[in-house]
Design a protein around this ligand. Sequence first.
Ligand code: NAD
Length: 501
Amino acid sequence: MTDIATRTQDILERLGAGDPFTPDGDLVSRSPIDGSELGRLRSHTAAEASDVIGRAQQAFEQWRTVPAPVRGQYVRELGNLLREHKDDLGALVSIEAGKIVSEGLGEVQEMIDICDLAVGLSRQLHGLTIATERPGHRMMEQWHPLGVVGVISAFNFPVAVWSWNAALAFVCGDAVVWKPSEKTLLTALACQALAAEAGRRAGVPEGLSAVLVGDRTVGEVLVDDPRVPLVSATGSTRMGKEVAPRVAARLGRSLLELGGNNAAIVAPSADLELAVRGIVFSAVGTAGQRCTSLRRVIVHESIKDDLVARLKAAYETLSIGSPLESSTLVGPLIDESAYAGFEKAVAQAQSDGGELVTGGTQAEVEGDGFYVRPAIIDMPKQSDIVKAETFAPLLYVLTYTELDEALALHNEVAQGLSSAIFTLDVREAETFMSVVGSDCGIANVNIGTSGAEIGGAFGGEKETGGGRESGSDAWRSYMRRATNTVNYSTELPLAQGVEFG
Ligand code: NAD
């Protein structure tokens, strides 16, 4: 057994997940750090998955009657356990998803933050009281629990995405059945162990939180089951295009968080030092494997050479290697297919006339992991490869003369998740955030595209899927709205002045 495998087993033990491995399991769990096998797990069959959904449905029927502020106590317990186990869960994220230590811990912090938000929210699930046209009447809306929420998640945020959904869903009175990525099952089982412990402490019904182990076929059980009124799916646009019509075919709801192709405009007035820091973190953080990773820089022609030279210099000092080393800034890609995608995109961009400024090759790191030197490619135009999301640290540079041109390039892609402008000109900043500016769900000024806080609604437009999770009023997606009109008079006036009889 490798050191990483031993460490993984110790962590799973401490998190209460025991030994989840079965030697004849059909799924192999690997660490991208060195490609080593951590163990094998067995997928749920479709019949088992259906039973899990059935138990969640029963749990929901009890849970929905618990007052929301009392439901909040469950999420408080979960948040407390996450605080207690932050180091272990963060390390497991590093081992399984390849994130550097600080980003693994950051992901767990995000879970703690959303639990805090949800606990507060449990006393704020409010509807409106609306003026009625009829005397002696009152009209109001109530938000009721929805049912079993199916959560499908991607490998790159193996724990935070579940918590964004689950913390809100639990206080909203729902049950959650989670189908995590088949590439990051251990972190999911660890979260489920913590959720189960929180459930024991708070006395919640059995089966309120459950995990389904398996690949997309197990995800499809959730997608097709009419007992699941909401499917919240995070992953590639390809996946969303398969999931959404299937959920729609049974008139269920889906909340989609799909791919991004995020850009930053760098205007002539930009604070270049700050812009370089923002760009580098967004483009190479998590080895370019965030949905919000920066993939395109659209820079004004007057400062292009200066910006590109500064970015090149910054890229060439990046430490690439095991994410468990405290000095590392760029860890591995998740697997060989991610590496192949990177290599192919670098070659395609060059054949489209792009000039490789730096990186673009494999980095030698001990073991069988897939590490790359983050690439910058100066493009003569926005060719098809630039318009596609390559899930790796690959940054294209495009040049503009007038802001309108930059905005057109910015919005020309199919995805609409995150965006940024670096400028000190208030007209440019406001235009970028206005209706004629960025068409994304997130539009930042003097900040990179990644690293959102949980207080805001998170998500994007167009092929990113249109869903919103996390803060603001995103909780409404996890509830159903009832409009109630109450007549406290002795008359029965009809709306719109209708006379009847
Ligand atoms: P993926 O689409 O390959 O898989 C995501 C999940 O969907 C997995 O659990 C997978 O098993 C499941 N799945 C795939 N096809 C399915 C189907 N037909 N029915 C049911 N389930 C199915 O994505 P990935 O490679 O794990 O993650 C990377 C992608 O996720 C990138 O495109 C990234 O931008 C996106 N992402 C988006 C957000 C966001 O919030 N917008 C966040 C994280 C990742």
